[in-house]
Design a binder for this molecule. Structure first.
Ligand code: SF4
Length: 341
């Protein structure tokens, strides 16, 4: 099956064959390409890095050497990649901008007009995707996740013995929850670092098996305890149900789930492989029904207002999967349950 990157590469190749430069071909092809991308294209002696007009996905620029005398340039999705190789963060690449690195020279053009209104960085970069040490639009992801937990606690605390996070992205929010609620923070699940993310596993049986291989309960911390378990999101609900069962099997007395994003009601059409609406638990069930399906003692989600407050970016994030308000054209008629594009 052709992926969207293959398709763009094919379109670029056709334009280049007609005799124009790769940089010009990028302008021609991306002018008629809708959607989310942060693209890096290599040709002999040059690298072009371009971000879509909405800025859905992150892309940043780094420098080797001094500002006055740069020794080289680097582009990466997330800022920690720059730290790893000893580069200095310079800035984010702007929506619609193309940066070209040629030897030690750096040039920039506004290849595409930015989308009208504000930038639309994916809100789930803050909730789930990005590394905690990443900086996005001037905000460190770890700090925003802690704030999500603090606000979630103010909104929905419950009497319990420990607060624990589902590794990895639930842990900073659990720290924030513990701090704001005064309930001790503890570890209840250990993660196998060599297993990938479950919600992007290709099928359900593989996802369920992956949860067991990925997470192992710390029985001594869990047995007889009333747990508040903080996780970043519920998509199909099957992973969360496995986690709750695992904690109960390990002796948890109560499991209260707290989720640091609002209910995930709508598919993503901007590059994230989410299920269709028919498979999204929140799209088809009330919160009490979700609680029953998952088997938790209680279930609460952070409100959209509190999530936005935690991130502190005024209207500069896409939150279409939470609100149904899609900033860019979508490829299907919205509201059609089970549609695939
Ligand atoms: S729809 Fe959701 S997952 Fe997709 S880009 Fe928007 S916020 Fe991110």
């Amino acid at each position: 099956m052709l992926s969207d990157s293959d398709l763009v590469a094919e379109l670029l190749a056709r334009e280049v064959e007609s005799g124009i430069s790769l940089a010009k071909a990028l302008g021609v092809v991306l002018e008629r390409t809708e959607g989310a991308y942060s693209m890096v294209v290599l040709e002999a002696g040059e690298i072009h890095a371009v971000r879509d007009p909405y800025g859905f996905r992150p892309l940043c620029l780094g420098r080797f050497g001094d500002e006055a005398n740069p020794e080289g340039w680097i582009v990466a999705s997330e800022s920690p990649a720059l730290d790893v190789v000893g580069a200095t963060f310079v800035r984010e690449i702007a929506p619609g901008e193309m940066v070209t690195i040629s030897n030690r020279e750096l040039t920039s053009v506004q290849l595409l007009d930015p989308a009208p209104g504000k930038q639309k960085l994916c809100i789930f970069e803050f909730v789930y995707f990005a590394r905690p040490d990443t900086y996005l639009m001037g905000h460190q992801v770890h700090t925003t996740r802690r704030r999500m937990g603090e606000l979630l606690a103010a909104q929905s605390s419950v009497d319990a013995d420990i607060v624990m996070g589902v590794p990895d992205s639930g842990v900073p929010a659990a720290e924030g929850f513990a701090k704001a609620s005064g309930i001790p923070f503890g570890y209840g699940l250990v993660k196998n670092r060599y297993i990938g993310r479950t919600f992007i596993s290709p099928d359900q049986s593989l996802r369920a098996a992956t949860v067991r291989r990925k997470l192992n309960p710390l029985r001594e911390n869990i047995e007889g305890q009333r747990l508040i378990v903080v996780d970043d999101s519920i998509v199909r609900g099957t992973t969360t149900r496995e986690i709750v069962k695992m904690l109960r099997d390990a002796g948890a007395k109560e499991v209260h789930l707290r989720i640091s994003s609002p209910p995930f009601m709508n598919p993503c059409y901007y590059g994230i492989d989410t299920p269709t609406r028919v498979d999204l638990l929140a799209a088809n069930n009330s919160i009490p029904e979700m609680n029953e399906f998952i088997g938790s003692d209680s279930l609460e989600f952070i409100s959209l207002e509190n999530l936005r407050r935690a991130i502190q970016l005024d209207g500069e994030c896409c939150d279409a999967c939470l609100t149904g308000s899609y900033p860019a054209p979508t490829p299907v008629v919205l509201g059609t349950a089970g549609s695939r594009w």
